[in-house]
Design a protein around this ligand. Structure first.
Ligand SMILES: *Cc1c(COP(=O)(O)O)cnc(C)c1O
Length: 475
């Protein structure tokens, strides 16, 4: 299996290159050149298997067998051994035909751990094999940063720089980024917004001289390695609930469309998935697109589910590619229009292809609060605001089609958003034991202006890659 760009302007790449590049050289996203599909025998093999064994098999398939099997098994065991639940991603029933798939039992309490912990091991393995080092710069609105620090912290071949907007992440999120003690990780509070942080990272990746000197990588949600790791829990959940014997639907709290696209990849593999339900908060670009066919960027409004406060859903480009019959020219034109006019319109056949597999529902703030209160009152279940948007979407789907079970992806633990949960339910969830003293730990971070030259100088000063390069110049 090779990977090709959604924009058609880059050569085919092996998984390792697609993973280390993140974005394809033509600005597109990497997709497998052909969707791999499992046989009945493959599915029989993972029915009832431990999470790690299923993970090894799914990831082997979706990376084109990029790693020796024993190595991959070691990597998944390392990635998921640290989860606080023996099932890694347990399934909980909360109502008739309504289930919650808990993806937040990793170290940083959000589902980003699932993919990031495995991606870190795959990158480390690849760099080690090539005798290379790399620098990672990541922009985060909260959850990705702490997951990356947990996953890449302490790795010898990587230096990690995490940019977050000063004063615009929750206290729990900030402390999760500023209190870990790793000699290869720096928390950078930027005087700006999340969009400013993301623009700085993009600018560094586009600055060839800086990028080459630091061997800069991006590990954001467009990285195929993350999609491959996230497809796993769609397989384990469908196996656990119905043993692949009848279809299930999934409702997914959505921001960059990475998580729900992993569900689409699992469906292509052959998992019997009926509907993929995109749940959004008030930032409802995807719900509007499925309703009207026009993909139109509006102002981002802050909500109680900040990890979904996104307007441009990067991974949607992958779906456009597939839904248009892999028409790279169409994708290129749509993306050009998006950057010049802020919108594009889906042709009818493309919209029909998307509607054949996806539904989308938006939950505003009152609806999200009502759902947190309802699921607590009716089922005794405490959900975080991100999960609540998907619970609300799932109930809308069940009202129309009560016969097919819906699995809601719980993407964050309620303790990560205690204020919103308490406001809606009256219950203040406590942090788990390993984070109980989070508020007493010393913080370490540097405040930087929103300036590319300052940010680059900071990284060059501290990163081992750049320092090794400089030392070399003096020899
Ligand atoms: C990142 C995140 C999401 C959105 O996931 P995407 O892959 O960007 O769609 C949803 N919920 C939480 C808690 C997250 O951290």
């Amino acid at each position: 299996m090779r990977f090709t760009s959604t924009r058609g302007g880059a050569g085919a790449a092996h998984f390792a290159d697609a993973m280390l590049r993140g974005l394809a050289p033509d600005g597109g996203l990497y997709m497998p050149d052909d969707w791999p599909a499992w046989s009945a025998r493959d599915f029989a093999e993972v029915r009832g298997a431990p999470y790690v064994d299923t993970a090894a098999k799914v990831v082997a398939t979706l990376t084109g067998n990029a790693f020796p099997p024993a190595e991959l098994q070691r990597m998944v065991e390392g990635a998921y051994g640290a989860f606080r639940h023996a099932c890694v991603a347990p399934l909980v029933q909360v109502d008739d035909n309504l289930f919650v798939l808990e993806l937040f039992h990793g170290p940083t309490l959000a589902f980003k751990d699932v993919a990031m912990r495995l991606l870190a091991r795959m990158i480390d393995h690849t760099l080690t094999a090539g005798g290379e080092r790399a620098t990672i710069a990541g922009a985060t609105s909260g959850d990705t940063g702490s997951a990356a620090i947990d996953a890449f912290g302490g790795l010898d071949r990587i230096d990690l720089f995490t940019l977050f907007p000063l004063g615009r992440v929750s206290e729990v999120q900030r402390r999760q980024m500023t209190t870990p003690r790793f000699t290869n990780s720096w928390a950078m509070a930027v005087e700006g917004t999340f969009d400013d942080c993301q623009a700085l990272v993009k600018a560094m990746l586009g600055h060839a001289d800086f990028r080459d000197r630091t061997r800069l990588l991006a590990v954001n949600s467009i990285n195929w390695g993350r999609i491959a790791a996230q497809a796993v829990y769609y397989v384990t959940a469908a196996a656990a609930l119905c043993g692949f014997a009848r279809p299930v639907s999934f409702a997914v709290p959505t921001g960059n469309f990475g998580d729900v696209f992993a569900g689409y990849a699992a469906k292509r593999l052959g998992v019997p998935i009926d509907r993929l339900i995109v749940a959004t908060n008030r930032n409802d670009i995807l719900a509007r697109t499925l309703e009207t066919g026009a993909y139109e960027v509006r102002q981002v409004v802050p909500t109680s589910s900040p990890s979904m406060d996104i307007q441009v859903s990067s991974n949607f480009e992958r779906l456009l590619f597939d839904a248009s019959g892999r028409d790279a020219r169409f994708v290129r034109d749509a993306m050009t229009r998006l950057s010049t006019e802020g919108r594009f319109v889906l042709p009818d056949p493309v919209l029909a292809a998307i509607r054949a597999e996806f539904d989308a529902f938006a939950a505003d703030e009152p609806a999200t609060d009502r759902e947190m209160a309802r699921v607590r009152r009716d089922s005794g279940y405490l959900a975080d605001p991100h999960t609540a948007t998907a619970l609300a979407a799932a109930r809308r789907r069940l009202a129309e089609a009560p016969g097919t079970p819906v699995i809601v992806l719980a993407t964050a633990a309620p303790a990560k958003f205690p204020d919103a949960v308490e406001a809606a339910t009256g219950i203040r969830p406590a942090l788990p034991a390993h984070l109980a003293d989070l508020h007493a730990r010393d913080e370490r971070m540097d405040v930087l202006p929103n300036r590319l030259d300052k940010v680059e100088a900071y990284i060059l000063d501290r990163g081992r890659m750049a320092r090794a390069g400089r030392a070399g110049e003096h020899d």
